[in-house]
Ligand binder design. Structure first.
Ligand code: AMP
Length: 175
């Protein structure tokens, strides 16, 4: 994490990071470094990092996942532009739905807003049913609520247990 002051104006936003090609853990860390360079983004905390089996097509490597908490003065679509730019820079190829990827960056929560536009659905449409999203969110703040869905810790309890492995057992704070 960087050492910029976090007492800035801006919305509290949570971004899911995922990768299952190349060097996934390194790609997640590189994405955070790229986000730290953005003038309108402050990286606040990164969750523990997990490995889990792929959803959708099974003939692909396991996924590495984490969640990043940021503050930003960017509007949701401006933030999405930056995330897509970072995905592209890190060689993301988008072919198959739920297929293998070098980097996937999704906006899970943008303050307490509910957004439905051509480009964005927030909260992210699968967040409430994915342990690899909910568990890292709970690592960062176990009081978080997904608007229209409920408390993250309650949603987690409703999920069938999956086999997720922790590969980095620390939450990194920018303090
Ligand atoms: P994916 O394959 O998950 O990376 O999906 C990428 C597409 O999802 C992009 O074209 C985005 O416009 C769209 N999208 C919808 N909602 C979101 C969200 N909350 N975060 C990121 N991308 C989103």
């Amino acid at each position: 994490m960087n050492h910029q002051p976090i007492e800035i104006l801006g919305e509290r936003v949570f971004i899911a990071l995922g990768a299952n090609l190349g060097e996934p853990l390194q790609q997640l860390d590189t994405a955070v470094l790229e986000l730290q360079k953005e003038p309108k983004i402050i990286c606040v905390a990164m969750s523990k990092v997990y490995i889990s089996e792929p959803h959708g097509p099974q003939n692909q490597p396991d996924f590495t996942n984490a969640v990043l908490e940021i503050r930003t003065t960017l509007a949701p679509e401006g933030l999405l532009d930056i995330l897509q730019c970072i995905e592209k820079k890190q060689g993301r190829k988008r072919h198959e739905h739920w297929g293998a990827r070098t980097l996937d960056l999704d906006i899970i929560l943008y303050a307490d807003k509910i957004i439905h536009t051509d480009r964005l659905t927030i909260p992210h449409p699968y967040a409430h049913e994915r342990e690899f999203v909910l568990q890292p969110l709970a690592d960062l703040d176990n009081t978080l609520v997904l608007p229209d869905r409920g408390k993250v810790t309650d949603l987690l309890k409703q999920l069938p247990t999956e086999t997720m492995e922790v590969i980095r057992d620390v939450t990194t704070y920018n303090r």
